[in-house]
Design a protein around this ligand. Structure first.
Ligand code: GDD
Length: 316
């Protein structure tokens, strides 16, 4: 089976590549943008052909897809950090929406008939009302950031291309996921790195935080990528699936759990620059649909994930 991963140099992409290789039945190809950092896949460089391509360029996208002729495409490349989307909204929309459109058009025009997973997001649900929890796939989408709007657009384009052309598109709405290699701008990796920097004496014992009241549903990335794979193996074309742990934690609680893994004594200080123009208050998912279809359930506990993230930064 030929597998193409967009965003392979990123966090989820690199873990998905590890998983695909560990299966032994997949020939894995990755798309990299010129000058992108490859530290997450240094250990894979000799095992995976990496093809240079900018998904915002239709010609370059089509060339790569014609060359690889994949059976499965995992489309993970994106501008994925929510705050950046307020600073550079058009860049976020262009990267996320146009990149995906170019993949769809390339697959359509080459009549490949491959299966395509698109990484949509729980951020699309946005303003969820208290009586709508846990969130099911039918919940209204009320996006609260340009990033979330870009993901709604990707999601609906996936639906539209399935309806119009019967393309084998499966939409996964991933809730928060974390683990080793997560860039230290995302909350858990950010807090863990700050704590470890304090332990190492590299930073004053003050930890900067944003909104600690939000609640998020976290899955370990190593479980999330198995779900992505299963979505193409067993998912129904045209369907949308929540991928989540069905548990949520307040960010303040997550910070306390991380602090409990360290002897460092720290002062917690809110940094106004870390507050967002609007922040989704609570994301707690229901993934019954995906579980029933594929049998997937997360295997790694949240506590283990937090330990692994701390260890990742301690060894870095
Ligand atoms: N990054 C960050 N840094 N977030 C903080 C901080 C901080 O210092 N303090 C509090 N938070 C809060 C944020 O306001 C948000 O409510 C929550 O922690 C999680 O923030 P992120 O880790 O940045 O993730 P996100 O929820 O905005 O988005 C992630 O999950 C989405 C799925 O729900 C990203 O991975 C997205 O790409 C993904 O689609």
């Amino acid at each position: 089976m030929r597998v193409l991963i967009t965003g392979i140099t990123g966090f989820a992409g690199s873990h998905l590549a590890d998983y695909c290789l560990s299966r032994g039945d997949a020939e894995v190809f990755g798309i990299v943008r010129w000058r992108s950092r490859t530290e997450n896949i240094e250990h894979l460089i000799n095992k995976i052909p990496l093809l240079e391509c900018d998904l915002r360029d239709a010609t370059s996208t089509r060339t790569v897809i014609e060359e690889v002729r994949p059976d499965f495409i995992f489309h993970l490349a994106a501008q994925s950090f929510v705050p950046t989307s307020w600073r550079a909204p058009s860049e976020c929309l262009t990267t996320n929406v146009l990149g995906q459109l170019n993949i769809f058009e390339a697959v359509r025009k080459t009549k490949l008939g491959c299966r395509i997973q698109i990484a949509c997001s729980s951020e699309e649900y946005g303003m969820v009302l208290p009586d709508e929890l846990p969130i099911k796939e039918e919940n209204p989408l009320r996006p609260m950031s340009p990033y979330a709007v870009s993901k709604v657009a990707q999601d609906l384009l996936g639906y539209q291309y399935f309806m119009s052309y019967k393309m084998e598109i499966i939409r996964t709405r991933g809730f928060n996921h974390t683990g080793p290699r997560r860039a230290p701008v995302f909350v858990i990796s950010d807090f863990a790195k700050q704590i470890v920097d304090i332990e190492k004496g590299l930073k004053k014992p003050v930890i900067s935080v944003g909104n600690l009241e939000a609640k998020r549903d976290f899955t370990d990335v190593r479980d999330t990528v198995i779900a992505y794979f299963l979505s193409l193996e067993r998912g129904e074309a045209g369907a949308v699936y929540n991928i989540c742990s069905e548990k949520c934690y307040r960010i303040r609680e997550v910070l306390d759990m991380l602090l409990a893994l360290s002897d460092a004594k720290v002062e917690v200080r809110q940094d106004p620059d870390r507050m967002r123009p609007s922040d989704v208050p609570v994301l707690l998912g229901d993934c019954t649909r995906f579980r029933e279809r594929t049998g997937w359930k997360p295997r790694i506990s949240f506590e283990q994930t937090l330990k692994d993230v701390m260890d990742f930064w301690r060894k870095k």
